[in-house]
Design a protein around this ligand. Structure first.
Ligand code: NAD
Length: 456
């Protein structure tokens, strides 16, 4: 028992009233959330600006738009997703009916990360609402302005016994995790993911862990280099590289290295990344800023390497000719620094990636479908793209999540509904017929009959 137990218990009592299970109730809450977001767009934009100096354009495209699309899809497909589904009954149970009942898990804890603080807090919440759960949301304390605006919006829109926000950092999250939840959905780093998983194990609580990692991006000699450079520059420097699925490092074939890097530098120059242009943001805090500038190895700077400590801005930086032992290759970068490893032997580089923890994403730039397929087939990673980066996240038909070190489970679209749903299996039998072959006394004849029925 601690200071959060009471609200969790209140939510559990509310859940047991069964109100959240009706489709109408769920739809109504989704509409309430949509309207609250619309009404407060400007306040949310200001909060994101205060946390990152992010523009209205980026806040809409990277945060709000995805939520509106999620709500629209859930409103449309929810009746189908939540429907009881009949399945065929096996012969041995004849005559009977079999069906699967999707049911909400109960009281869900959602822990968000700071890098897309609206989207990463509310997209799982939309899935939890659609699936009929109650929600306790803990946004990241690092994006503190956005966290308090989200808390206020939720407080103004929902009863706390249904959906509430608890603000705070390590201390508050640790206390929350001492309680019993029916589901924990965590977005964040691998080390904290392990802490959350351990706490969940104490209560046998199911988890979804949306973690990070070093996402490789391969550029092969036959790639459309100009387009590759454009798409990679956009994906890497969006949010100043503070994106879990940003290309973490590049693997560029020796043959096209000079040409590709020239295109990449052109793209960076053309984009004119800056806060004034609205296409760039500051680094979230001093700790991350200092961590990042330590990765800028002066010997390896190919482009950029300039930063302003007082504004926490690091300009797009390319480090060239690094190897897997380089300081920038040890941990996820999560900032606007892009190491480039040059290679000759594709299979050797695939083998190198295989030695490392499974990444959240992987991107392959080539015009050869067979080569792309071969690389995707050999490597294990959460999700990715051929001739693009990041954009797979926008297709809600693609479950989004990691594998191994980059996470457990997935969400978005139907996968999000599934993450917060238990599929309850029911066999329903009439009583007018009761064959006795499974009951004792056993006999060889009964055994034969059973084998016949089972076709074994
Ligand atoms: P983080 O792990 O430091 O924090 C995430 C959440 O955990 C925050 O709400 C924080 O308050 C809480 N937390 C921090 N330390 C804790 C502790 N000791 N005990 C309990 N709770 C604790 O991660 P972050 O810095 O907010 O986000 C960056 C990381 O998240 C990167 O690794 C990135 O790749 C990953 N990420 C993954 C996704 C995804 O969808 N897979 C999305 C965004 C970010």
């Amino acid at each position: 028992m601690n200071r959060y137990t009471e609200i969790i218990e209140k939510q559990r009592l509310f859940f047991y009233t069964n109100q959240t299970k009706s489709i109408d109730f769920r739809k109504k809450q989704l509409l309430l959330l949509r309207d609250a977001l619309r009404k407060n767009e400007h306040i949310l934009e200001q909060a994101i600006y205060a946390d990152f100096k992010k523009s209205k354009f980026d806040t809409f495209t990277n945060e709000l738009a995805l939520l509106y699309l999620d709500i629209r899809e859930a409103l449309k497909k929810l009746p189908h997703w939540a429907k009881t589904k009949k399945v065929r009954t096996n012969l041995i149970n004849f005559p009977a009916k079999s069906f699967i009942v999707p049911e909400p898990l109960g009281v869900c804890l959602i822990i968000g990360a700071w890098n897309y603080p609206i989207q990463l807090s509310l997209a799982p919440a939309i899935a939890a609402i659609a699936a009929g759960n109650t929600i306790i949301l803990k946004p990241s304390e690092l994006s503190s302005n956005t966290s308090s605006v989200i808390a206020q919006i939720i407080k103004d829109t929902f009863e706390p016994s249904y959906f509430t926000v608890i603000e705070g950092g390590v201390e508050e999250t640790t206390l929350l995790l001492e309680n019993k939840f029916d589901k924990i959905f965590f977005t964040g780093s691998v080390p904290v993911g392990k802490i959350v998983y351990q706490a969940a194990a104490q209560q046998l609580t199911p988890v979804t862990l949306e973690l990070g990692g070093k996402s490789p991006t391969l550029i092969l000699p036959d790639a459309n280099l100009k387009i590759a450079a454009k798409r990679i520059a956009w994906a890497k420097f969006l949010n100043a590289g503070q994106t879990c699925i940003a290309p973490d490092y590049l693997l560029v074939h020796q043959q096209i290295k000079d040409k590709f890097l020239a295109y990449l530098v052109d793209e960076i120059k053309q984009a004119k990344y800056s806060i004034d242009a609205g296409n760039y943001v500051q680094i979230i805090n001093e700790r991350n800023f200092n961590r990042l500038i330590n990765l800028i190895d002066k010997e390896k700077i190919f482009y950029g390497g300039i930063y302003q400590a007082e504004k926490r801005i690091i300009e797009p930086t390319i480090l060239c000719d690094v190897d897997f032992n380089h300081i920038s290759m040890q941990d996820e970068i999560f900032g606007p620094i892009l190491p480039v490893i040059v290679f000759n032997d594709l299979q050797a580089i695939i083998n190198e990636i295989k030695q490392r923890p499974h990444p959240l994403s992987c991107y392959v730039y080539t015009e050869n479908k067979k080569t792309a397929k071969n690389i995707i087939h050999q490597l294990s990673f959460g999700g990715g793209a051929i001739n693009d980066s990041i954009m797979h996240i926008t297709n809600s038909r693609l479950p989004f999540g990691g594998v191994g070190n980059s996470g457990i489970g997935s969400y978005h679209g139907k996968a999000g509904f599934d993450a917060f749903t238990h599929y309850k299996s029911i066999l329903s039998k009439p009583t007018f017929f009761e064959p006795n072959f499974k009951y004792s006394p056993y006999s060889d004849k009964k055994l034969q009959l059973i084998r016949k029925f089972m076709r074994i």
